[in-house]
Design a protein around this ligand. Structure first.
Ligand code: ZN
Length: 271
C-alpha cells in the first residue's frame, strides 16, 4: 500500500508542473540604476578578476500574466544612491516606467524580491498594495534588523504596516500554472531566489537574482566572498545550471548590462 501511495503522490506531483507554457505571459525589463564595482575581486573567492573594474546595472523585470502583474526586483533608491554618488546612480522611478506599458502601481499585484540587499529593494515601497514575495529566511533576517536599517526601511509597508507579505519556503508558483516560478537558490543570502518565466513563443527565461553578477563568473561558478554560504551557493549554481540546460532557458544575469541590453528594448516584451 505504501508503495502505491508513493507512486500516486509522485504522479500528482508530476501532473502539477505543466510542460506547456500558457499563452499570455509577457516579460519586459529595464535598468533601475547602476553601480560601479571598483574591484571585481570580491565577487570570486578564488582570486579571479581581482583589480578589475566593472559597471553593474540593477535590472528590474515586469511579468504580465492573465492573473496579475509581477514586478521582480526594484533596484536602487535615490536615497541609497545619494550615499555614494560617485559609485551609484538611481534609475527613473518604476511607476514612471510602468506608464509605457499602460500600467499604474495599483496594477502590480506582486512584488518579488530575489533577496533583501538594497540594490534590489529600493523601489518596493511605491507598491504597498502588492503582495511581497520574499524567501522566508530573508524575511526573517529583515524582521530581525533595527527599524532604522535601510534594508528594513526599504520594505516598511510590509515590515511595519498592513501590506501583505508571503514569506516563501522552497519554490513558489506565482500564478498557479507553472509559468512564473520563484526558485529557491540559497547562498548569496539565506533566502535568495531566482525567477523562471515561461513564455509561449520565446520559451523559458531564467532570471538570476544575484546567483551570478556578471557573465564571466558563470562558467567558473564563482562564489562571492561576501555570500552567506559557499556550500549553498555551489549547490544553487548546480541547480541553476541544470534548469538552464534542461529547459534550454535564456539566462539573464540581472546585474550584467549586456544581458539586459540583449532583451527587447523596454517597453517591448518577450511573449
Ligand atoms: Zn545585487
Amino acid at each position: 500500500m505504501r508503495l502505491i501511495a508513493a507512486i500516486l503522490i509522485a504522479a500528482a506531483t508530476i501532473g502539477a508542473a505543466p510542460l506547456q507554457a500558457p499563452s499570455g505571459v509577457r516579460l519586459s525589463a529595464f535598468e533601475c540604476g547602476r553601480l560601479v564595482q571598483p574591484d571585481l575581486g570580491r565577487f570570486n573567492d578564488t582570486m579571479l578578476f581581482a583589480g578589475e573594474r566593472r559597471e553593474f546595472a540593477a535590472g528590474c523585470f515586469i511579468v504580465r500574466h492573465p492573473k496579475g502583474v509581477l514586478l521582480w526586483d526594484t533596484g536602487l533608491s535615490a536615497e541609497m544612491a545619494a550615499r555614494a554618488p560617485d559609485r551609484m546612480t538611481a534609475g527613473q522611478p518604476i511607476a514612471e516606467r510602468l506608464k509605457a506599458l499602460g500600467l499604474t502601481p495599483a496594477d502590480v499585484t506582486h512584488v518579488g524580491i530575489s533577496h533583501y540587499h538594497a540594490d534590489h529593494t529600493g523601489g518596493a515601497r511605491a507598491f504597498p498594495d502588492a503582495n511581497l514575495l520574499i524567501g522566508a529566511k530573508d524575511w526573517a533576517a529583515v524582521q530581525a534588523m533595527a527599524g532604522d536599517d535601510p534594508q528594513r526601511a526599504a520594505l516598511k509597508p510590509w515590515t511595519d504596516g498592513p501590506a501583505k507579505v508571503t514569506p516563501v519556503t522552497g519554490d513558489r508558483d506565482v500564478f498557479g500554472d507553472g509559468s512564473v516560478m520563484m526558485l529557491t537558490m540559497p547562498g548569496h543570502t539565506p533566502g535568495h531566489s531566482a525567477l523562471l518565466v515561461r513564455t509561449a513563443r520565446n520559451g523559458a527565461v531564467l532570471i538570476s537574482g544575484d546567483q551570478y553578477h556578471f557573465r564571466e563568473n558563470r562558467p567558473v561558478r564563482g562564489v562571492p566572498t561576501f555570500n552567506a554560504s559557499r556550500a549553498e551557493t555551489l549547490a544553487s549554481h548546480d541547480r541553476f545550471e541544470g534548469i538552464a540546460k534542461n529547459l534550454k532557458a535564456r539566462v539573464v544575469i540581472q546585474h550584467d548590462p549586456r544581458d539586459l541590453a540583449a532583451l527587447p528594448a523596454f517597453p517591448k516584451e518577450l511573449d
